[in-house]
Design a protein around this ligand. Structure first.
Ligand SMILES: Cc1cc2nc3c(=O)[nH]c(=O)nc-3n(C[C@H](O)[C@H](O)[C@H](O)COP(=O)(O)O)c2cc1C
Length: 199
């Protein structure tokens, strides 16, 4: 099976990226193939609201999002990490989520044609891990409609800089553990061979 990870931080070295990578390592340790996309280094534009995708199921914007659509179609689980910006996801993450509008089919059924578990990872400067729960719930509700079913959430609170993770090994351990949990015995790649790709 394949597990795709997406990091919505604009930073080239980011705490959310480190945690997503660790979750992918957990999945790979159980035999999953992994792919990692860093939205900050990609060209993923915001939705144009042209509604062309309503009938075709395809977005007319030929940017980096096309690679992500392809990866989602061939994946069995998704890890999404984003920093909290102004009580919500980063603009890079929001653009990605809006572009998933193309995957909503008739009767609000997912055009992915399958459900898959979703692990979300949020990094935030504030120390209270429950402070942005409402915002996380809303984001995951939209993703649930697309067949990306919430299977785990890691709110990494009190993390202002990637170096803050050095003093929080329990967060890295939790990411590894929950990443591994995405790979059930049934979903596991029969070949048992791990491979990875990153953008
Ligand atoms: C524009 C901006 C807005 C932010 N808003 C919040 C916020 O509302 N709440 C919070 O706790 N931290 C906020 N932060 C801090 C980031 O969430 C925090 O630094 C996070 O660890 C960054 O993750 P990254 O290293 O993955 O980019 C904000 C940072 C920036 C740059």
């Amino acid at each position: 099976m394949k597990v795709t990870g997406i990091c919505g931080s604009p930073r080239s070295c980011s705490s959310s990226g480190m945690l997503v990578s660790r979750a992918l390592e957990g999945a790979a340790s159980r035999g999953a193939e992994t792919a990692f996309f860093r939205l900050g280094s990609m060209d993923v534009k915001g939705c144009l609201a042209c509604y062309a995708c309503r009938n075709s199921g395809k977005c007319i914007q030929k940017d980096g999002m096309q690679d992500i659509y392809e990866a989602l179609r061939s994946s069995s689980a998704l890890v999404l990490g984003t920093p909290v910006y102004m009580y919500g996801p980063s603009s890079q993450t929001k653009a990605f989520v809006d572009r998933l509008f193309a995957l909503i089919g008739q009767g609000f059924r997912s055009r992915l044609g399958k459900g898959m578990p979703l692990l979300t990872i949020y990094t935030q400067g504030a120390a209270d891990p429950g402070l942005f729960t409402g915002s996380f719930d809303m984001l995951e509700k939209a993703l649930d409609m697309l067949g990306l079913h919430p299977a785990g959430r890691i709110p990494a609170a009190g993390i202002g800089e990637p170096s803050d993770l050095e003093g929080r090994p329990e967060l890295m351990d939790e990411a590894f553990r929950q990443g591994g949990s995405l790979v059930s015995g049934k979903r596991r790649n029969q070949a048992g061979k791990a491979s990875s790709r990153s953008v």
